[in-house]
Design a protein around this ligand. Sequence first.
Ligand SMILES: O=P(O)(O)OC[C@H]1O[C@@H](O)[C@H](O)[C@@H](O)[C@@H]1O
Length: 594
Amino acid sequence: MSGTMDWCGATRIVGARRTTALLPLLVLVLLLLGTTPTVTFSDAAAASKQQQDPGTVSFVLVGATGNLAKKYLFQSLFDVFLGQGRDDPQLRVYAGARHTKDKSWPTIQQALAAVKCRGRHGDTLLTTECDQLRHAFAEHVQYIQLKTEEHYAALHDAIAKHGETEAARVFYLSVPPSAYPTIAHWIDQSCRPGHATPLRVALEKPFGRDFHSARELQAALRTSLKPAETMLVDHYLGKRGVLQIAEFARANRRFVSTYLRRKHVERVEIVMKETEDCSGRTRFFDAYGIVRDVMQNHLTEVLLLLAMDPGVPVSFSSKMPILSAMLPAAPSRAVLGQYAGYRTHVAHDHGEEVDTKTPTFAGVTLFIDTPRWEGTPFVMVAGKRLSERVAFARVRFKQDTSMVCTTEGCGVHQIEYHIQGHNKPPCITFWGNFPELVVPDGWSVEHNTTAHIALCPGEDVGSLSPYTELMHALVVGDRTKFVELDTLLRSWQIWTPLANTPTTPRVYEREEDVLFALQPNGALAFGDGTTPLSMMTTTRRGHTLAGAGGAGGTGGEDADSKGKYGTANNDRQEQAERTQQQEQPERGRHADEL
Ligand SMILES: O=P(O)(O)OC[C@H]1O[C@@H](O)[C@H](O)[C@@H](O)[C@@H]1O
């Protein structure tokens, strides 16, 4: 049920009840118009047969002995398995790797034995019940060697042998991207399902390292797979904190389209800070750098969700107009840094000194040339070995905007979309005098002081980890949580000018060394290490963008302060604890690093 909330926090229930009341009227109108579809006996029989047999989803995990599979994919498949109802297609998992079964199977068995019962369907189970389910899941997993085309043909036969109605055939390629074209070719030639069964092939990042390499990879795949058959994974699209952006906008279309636009917004900040360094993974990282590693993909997706028209569903058609209107990321509007010690890590991983200029930190201003956003800076910040692990997006409003000023004056007025960090569940926090907000279905309202309010998404089935969300989406065929090849290419077009321009990054010992300021023309400039400048601070008051006015960076401080979640009920507390567990950073999670 939706509710609207005025600024003082009074919630009035609207929406759902009104829709229910209108239903009989709608049916009557349809009947009078004669538009009700006629259901024949055979349709009904077919429908009921279909209802009885939802079929089986064949889920082929290619690279099943790799890190990603061990750490995330088997667990997420188990989460999906636990959440399945009687009407859902059953899951049959084919775990594939290049070696023979006797070599690979022990690793897979270990991964299967380690899966946990968690989430709404798992948390309340007794140990014995969980053991039984783990066992039942393992029964649904079978090993298949996948090294040659013949192996793919054998897989095809093995699937057919079960004689089940195949609801979908899914391949998850957790292998180095250089192997994608060959595997896609083998799938196309020897392991395609019948015409009635959809084929979905999920591909991990990195997909290219610039526009040209991504286009080449796309062309190589297009000879084997149709665009509708490829689903590009960006695990940020499975994060609760990212999913909430579009959910909020959907329920608050009027608010978003009225106030989240250049007239009111001073700037938008998208920040992802990590405490981890790159030691042990510079063989991958040094060839990519922070811009390619997280900005071109994760943070661009967050930007798109914030900037897109709230009235349309998340899809190619909602993202592409924004991407098409984005100006290329220009070196003149960027600051780049490299943490001190990075070269030592590279030398250690490569076994020799390398004169590397790869950035491990970047701040970049982007502009979207549309009537809604023209001239509004979207400032992205990402970096390794910084002071805290946190990710958020923040909309800062102009100080002269009446809608964000109260009779007491204009303080800091902003909306912060918390994605992760600070051991807090994802919520959207509002500072300022905002007009009516709609509380989306299943969300809760958290009050702190009269000045702050947060809308928090409820816990959804499948929202345990981003990979669970994505696995579920793959099984049901929900493309909205994946990246389309064409939008990816456009994103590379935007980022390639910056990613491919040689630069000398500023070496930083501490985060203070890379604080920067936004100039009126959108350019960014580093400070001298003592002047408080940056918007990337979430925990300290007083750090502000030069020239932006007002105290910056108050979001985290207030949200962290005592009492913010002090009234939280147990559910939310548990959710925070789970968030904490998930927030342990992972190293080398992607296919390239297996
Ligand atoms: O924020 P998360 O979920 O830990 O993801 C961040 C990671 O995302 C990956 O895509 C990058 O390759 C890593 O460098 C980065 O650390």
